[in-house]
Write a protein that binds this ligand. Structure first.
Ligand SMILES: [Zn+2]
Length: 152
């Protein structure tokens, strides 16, 4: 490859998205003002080395474009964060709902069992009392019978 610098563009361009901090060559980025007629005073990012070596493909970025890129990135990030939050909220709400449903089910199940047990206990108790009452009535009946036979 020959390094004939017959490029039609005044600046060989390597562009990045957003505000650059360092050129590919390792040099930090400085801002310059354009002196071309079509971009008079327009500011751009470039490394110091590129100034002296016009034929090399150092990083070039218009500051206004870089700032617009940054704003877009911030907006996109903001949207992602907002979306992430919405998704997180949704997941939390779903989890809370399912947890409530689970607890309700568990409680009603336990309550049912408890009620069943209580009914069984009361039934048993009633039967017991009924038995005692029956026995008592029989005993009272017998006593009354004996009493009657004695007093006649
Ligand atoms: Zn450079």
């Amino acid at each position: 490859m020959t390094s004939s610098s017959t490029s039609s563009s005044r600046f060989p361009r390597i562009s990045t998205y957003g505000v650059p901090t360092r050129c590919w060559c390792g040099e930090g980025i400085t801002t310059f003002g354009s002196s071309t007629a079509e971009n008079q005073y327009r500011r751009f990012h470039r490394c110091e080395i590129a100034k002296g070596r016009k034929s090399e493909n150092h990083l070039f970025k218009w500051i206004d474009e870089a700032l617009i890129n940054e704003m877009r990135m911030v907006n996109a990030k903001h949207e992602r964060v907002a979306q992430g939050l919405t998704n997180f909220e949704k997941r939390v709400m779903e989890k809370v709902k399912s947890e409530i449903a689970r607890i309700e089910h568990e409680v009603s199940q336990k309550l049912k069992e408890k009620v069943k047990l209580e009914i069984a206990r009361v039934e048993k108790e009633m039967k017991q009392k009924l038995k005692i009452a029956t026995v008592a009535m029989v005993v009272v009946g017998a006593i009354v019978g004996i009493w009657n036979s004695l007093t006649v």
